[in-house]
Design a protein around this ligand. Sequence first.
Ligand SMILES: [Zn+2]
Length: 317
Amino acid sequence: MTKLRRAWAAVLCLAAAAAVTAQPLALGVVLVPGGFEAGRQPDGNSLLLQGDQGWLLIDSGRHRAHAEAALAAAGGQVRAVLNTHWHLDHLGGNAWLRSQRPGLEAWASPAVAKALAADGWLDRYRRQLMEAIPTAPADQAAVMRVDLELLNQAAALRPDREIGTASARTIAGRRLQIGIETAVSGGDLWVLDAATGTLAAGDLVTLPVPFMDTACPPAWREALARLSAQPFQRLVPGHGPVMSRADFERWRGGFEALLDCADQGLHPGACAAVWRSRVDTWLDDAGRARVNGMLGYYFKTLLQAPTEQRERFCRRP
Ligand SMILES: [Zn+2]
């Protein structure tokens, strides 16, 4: 439990929620930007794609304000949601959306139902929260309660349609190419909208650092090579600003350099400096301030941990 406490203490400072402003990227393509304000857990980026039958929302965020902004940007006409993976900053909004849109179709990989099932990752997390909240400081307890309330509605977070293989599909009347990887969460969908050359990458691409809480880094390298082979012009990362193809390749170069640095046994601070030098143009002050702490944590728990611990997310059944 102290470990959970430490993780929370690291993100908490002053509570502040910025307004979410949707941004059109192309015809029928709208970004609903995520956020990572001090004192809150993050929301991932969401992407709205307009089809003949309404809008498809890719990722629903964690906080209600994010889901509300997404539904408003679609004029209330969200027909389907596709969750790139089961982390709550991409999945939590499903519960509120279903309450507003009873016929909503929810698409996700089989890893979502697995994480929510008894003794899955999210179910274990729910029990940790229940145990920690009564004795946590008020500000930390308030943040934990956001996640606990979502996990108490597990049925509303589960998909009704599963995508287990790479495939071309029409959702909400829009033709899409969908890929699946395992590197970040055990079931990471990406979506290519060929009509506009827009790729929603989920947490395969994130800032201020790659989020490695449940990651298999070697598989992640391979996944990025497959993303690189897709015919996209713009890439919407799970967290951070929209990227051009050149931006993505620069980010990917930074990712490779970070992993190489870790593999060579170099000091986490030195590797963080290598990473920052590659991605600095996309970092704001808050992001810059987070890089060393987050990477230090991932070096200790994953990248430079003993072999068994380092590969624990590489053996997912
Ligand atoms: Zn995320």
